[in-house]
Write a protein that binds this ligand. Structure first.
Ligand code: SF4
Length: 284
């Protein structure tokens, strides 16, 4: 497929987000996870479908798969699909909220997992409680997050950190933590409103462009190298596949096309519509 090869020629790595589950152990108020189609498939069938999607991605020229959710560690076939993607030579990544990740899991999965991303929005338990970054009734703590990133480094897995900037954390300064954690990639997202999914709550969690920019500047002016994605940047900029192997759009939650190869060929806006996503994965 020319556009894929063209992207590689231009220095971009084609990448895709693969939703392995819609289930999550947290309840972040800005979450638009309910737009990720619920899979009607049995666990066995779902694994077969995911394996097929991974194969199709490989055949279509995709080089990197990021396993996301929901919380991907709640999917009991996660290790197997990571292993499969690795066996195809794909770069593998998991983005997790960090509540279920253990040192043992990171050590065991490290031979086949290239990247781990942790979503960390605040080091304050009060803020995490307000956001809904709470697991089993307890907000995640600074000590927990410090252990997580240390475990990732010790396992030799490349680290990225994601922070969603919302009404409860936009005035915070986490520069010392980012510096200590030394992620290879640091991304700031402006909390996204998705019509029909979380727009009724948008007034409580959303931040203005000025507030988002202030958060980004507060950190970049301290020498941190961060990628900032505003709500506008995120619109239509992700290639996403649902747990049952269908493409969907992150702004309308509508199903686009299936199967994957067909979606690549006729996705609205063509492959150029995904350039923001890909631009972050430049080849060395
Ligand atoms: S951790 Fe992610 S998927 Fe889970 S509720 Fe929060 S934003 Fe949604």
């Amino acid at each position: 497929m020319d556009y894929v090869n063209g992207s590689i020629a231009n220095g971009f790595i084609p990448a895709i987000n693969l939703f392995v589950t819609s289930r999550c152990n947290m309840r972040c108020r800005f979450c638009f996870g309910s737009c990720q189609m619920q899979s009607q498939l049995t666990p066995t069938k779902r694994r077969l479908v995911l394996a097929d999607v991974i194969r199709q991605c490989h055949d279509a020229g995709i080089e990197k798969i990021t396993f996301v959710g929901g919380e991907p560690l709640l999917f009991d076939g996660l290790d197997q699909v990571i292993q499969l993607a690795h066996s195809f030579g794909l770069t593998t990544c998991v983005v997790s909220n960090g509540a279920l990740a253990t040192k043992q899991w990171l050590d065991v999965i490290s031979p086949v997992l290239d990247w781990v991303g942790f979503s960390i929005d605040s080091l304050s338990i009060q803020t995490n409680r307000l956001i809904g970054r709470v697991s089993k009734g307890q907000p995640l703590t600074q000590a927990h997050y410090m252990r997580l990133v240390d475990w990732g480094h010790q396992a030799g897995i490349r680290l990225k950190l994601n922070t969603t900037v919302c009404q409860w954390n936009h005035t915070e300064d986490m520069a010392w933590f980012y510096r200590r954690s030394a992620p290879e990639r640091l991304k700031f997202f402006q909390a996204l409103t998705v019509e029909g999914v979380n727009d009724a709550q948008s007034h409580s969690f959303s931040v203005s462009n000025e507030q988002f920019t202030a958060f980004v500047m507060r950190h970049t002016e301290q020498g941190l190298n961060a990628i900032a994605e505003s709500s506008t940047d995120m619109v239509g900029s992700y290639l996403m596949v649902s747990p049952d192997g269908r493409f969907f759009d992150n702004t309308t939650c509508c199903i686009l096309f299936s199967p994957v190869a067909l979606a690549f060929a006729i996705i609205p806006g063509g492959i150029a519509s995904c350039k923001i996503r890909w631009a972050h994965w430049r080849l060395p």
